[in-house]
Design a protein around this ligand. Structure first.
Ligand SMILES: [Zn+2]
Length: 320
């Protein structure tokens, strides 16, 4: 699990006049009249603008287990389940991209809270920061200082609470590790181990650029690579500029390959939802780059030949 910065964007589908936003209004009005929460939800969270904004936030990496979403399936997960926190069903701040196993097998509608507490209801919607949730939120919690990995010994690559965390914190982080089965999914563990070994190898044998890429937070299992570099070669840790440049490059090359396979003009008629979500992702990065980014995103998009295509999406994002 690595720390994520949520872009301060409301994707058009979730704005007050978007389909998600309008549905949210209807749900709240109905609840005010009848006292009954909605029981059915349309999946507007899967619209390309929403998925694209999440791709811009986290790359193709599961927010919980670090799996590569192009291999493990990419679901939009409601951090607070819509069956409980129904008013957050169309709230971008409640979404993460997660792999299919984490979303459908592990998390489902579960949202554990501390013993003696209950998840908050709509009446407490304004004070969710006080809810006694047990799961770690990769945006709100400093997960990189709470979670750690064994870098040696028989438990190599297994997750553990960070040694600096206090005792109640250790119990909570242990619970999160068990909840997401972070140490029990063997294929996932193998991949995490390979990233660790590859990073050690690259950092010791002159593969500086390879090590930097492995530790990019938008790359699968990069959390392990970051830990290795912190220990062995901190000067190789990528800067936020390098990380975002890598992400823009990955998305841009995927788009370019898609164009080459199926050259349809103009772009906005392309049917592929994947292409649209990538264009939305680039527009979100352009409009709302993570704090600290100094590279010229527009110039980079220009160099990829994508600036004019992304501009249309940026204009939609910036529309009041
Ligand atoms: Zn996952």
């Amino acid at each position: 699990m690595r720390r994520l910065n949520r872009p301060p964007v409301v994707p058009p589908s979730l704005r007050d006049d978007g389909r998600g936003g309008l549905t949210r209004r209807i749900h709240i009005d109905q609840y005010a009249k009848t006292g009954s929460p909605p029981s059915h939800f349309q999946g507007y969270w899967n619209e390309p603008d929403v998925r694209g904004a999440l791709l811009a936030m986290q790359g193709w990496v599961c927010a919980y287990c670090g799996a590569d979403l192009s291999e493990a399936g990419a679901d939009v997960d409601h951090f607070r389940p819509k069956s409980v926190h129904w008013w957050l069903a169309y709230d971008f701040a409640n979404y993460f991209l997660s792999c299919t196993p984490c979303n459908r097998s592990v998390k489902r509608e579960r949202f554990p809270v501390a013993a003696g507490h209950s998840p908050f209801g709509f009446a407490e919607a304004g004070s969710l920061h006080l809810e006694a949730r047990l799961l770690l939120d990769p945006v709100d919690d400093d997960v990189e200082r709470l979670l750690d990995l064994h870098l040696a010994g028989p438990d190599l690559a297994l997750c553990r609470p960070h040694p600096a965390v206090d005792s109640p914190g250790q119990a909570r982080v242990d619970g999160v590790i068990r909840f997401f089965r972070l140490n029990r999914n063997v294929p996932r563990l193998r991949k995490r181990l390979k990233v660790l070994m590859d990073t050690v190898e690259a950092s010791k044998n002159g593969g500086d650029s390879r090590a930097r890429v492995l530790a990019c937070r938008y790359k699968s299992h990069s959390f392990g690579a970051i830990r290795v570099l912190e220990r062995l070669a901190p000067h190789l840790l990528p800067s936020i500029d390098e990380e975002i440049e890598w992400l823009i490059g990955e998305i841009s090359w995927s788009l370019i390959r898609m164009i080459e396979r199926r050259p349809i003009e103009p772009w906005d008629r392309i049917g592929e939802r994947d292409a649209k979500q990538m264009l939305w992702a680039l527009a979100v990065i352009w409009c709302f780059p993570p704090r600290g980014v100094t590279i010229d995103v527009a110039d980079l998009l220009h160099r990829f030949g994508l600036l004019d295509y992304v501009r249309d999406y940026r204009d939609l994002l910036m529309k009041p």
